[in-house]
Design a binder for this molecule. Structure first.
Ligand code: MLT
Length: 280
């Protein structure tokens, strides 16, 4: 299995990346948290980054019927959020980490929700950035399937052009060319089969709206004020749903808030994870 970033000593925090990115989006957090007494771990999720050759088919019974039909037509790329969450637990086993603070951004937040459902005792606290709890509607499912097919047919460069203005705040686009080119490069390096598989997995994700009250972990929700992918109401919905939760909004940040405003993001995250479990 490819090794995740794993730096520092102390209580563990697992950082789960978004789509169509990889663990390198957490570089600033890994450096910062490991320098502040934490063990910071960021894996690549199934099919993405260095896990691009780890695409596996999930059992047929776990797939929605249309996917079974697509497979009969020869489409074989599909990764569920459950499979990704199980992969995270497997990484933790390998690294001998019993429990950790789990932090997911966007697609990583779907994986974090799934992790909370499957492995609640392994989650010391939860951080959700650029997150959404509701499941996909029919329009979203269709548009994800179209994206998946187009990526498989054409490659991923059209995704970079379309996504950058949505995932980065206007100020980042205008003033931080190094962040813009890092994000572009990250998208362009993404394996097309892994990206298509993740799109289909997100199209089949659970609706967590009615399960938020089951989450007992203390939760920090972080939103970028200029996020072009998520709305402020998505973050507020989660805050109302999870009993022990708190919302922070970062100015001049879009969907990739941890890369756009790393100092603010790191400070907010550190403030949360430093509190003793009982006071969070
Ligand atoms: C992400 O950043 O992970 C994606 O925007 C997730 C999504 O498409 O819902």
């Amino acid at each position: 299995m490819p090794q995740p970033y794993d730096e520092g000593d102390g209580p563990a925090i697992i950082l789960l990346h978004g789509y169509p990115f990889n663990r390198s989006m957490w570089r600033e957090q890994i450096d910062f948290l490991s320098a502040h007494g934490f063990r910071a771990v960021a894996p690549d999720l199934h099919g993405l980054g260095e896990m691009s050759d780890k695409l596996q088919l999930v059992a047929d019974s776990e797939k929605p019927a249309p996917e079974r039909e697509r497979q009969a037509e020869g489409y074989r790329t599909f990764t569920t959020m459950k499979q990704m969450a199980q992969g995270v637990a497997a990484f933790m086993d390998e690294l001998r980490i019993d429990s950790a603070v789990v932090c997911g951004l966007s697609m990583g937040s779907y994986v974090a929700f799934e992790f909370a459902r499957l492995f609640p005792s392994r989650m010391r606290a939860l951080v959700l950035a650029g997150a959404r709890a509701q499941g996909p509607d029919e329009d979203e499912k269709q548009s994800r399937e179209q994206q998946a097919r187009r990526i498989l047919a054409e490659g991923i460069s059209f995704v970079a052009d379309a996504m950058l203005p949505k995932v980065l705040a206007p100020r980042t686009l205008a003033e931080k060319p190094e962040v813009v080119s890092r994000v572009r490069e990250m998208i362009l390096r993404t394996d097309r089969r892994g990206a298509a598989a993740a799109q289909r997995g997100m199209a089949a994700r659970r609706d967590y709206s009615n399960e938020l009250s089951d989450i007992e972990a203390t939760t920090l929700i972080i939103a970028g004020r200029e996020d072009g992918v998520r709305k402020a109401k998505d973050a507020e919905f989660i805050r109302r749903g999870i009993r022990n939760s708190h919302l922070e909004i970062i100015d001049d940040a879009g969907h990739l808030m941890n890369m756009e405003q790393p100092e603010v993001f790191n400070r907010v995250l550190l403030g949360f994870i430093r509190k003793p479990d009982r006071d969070r």
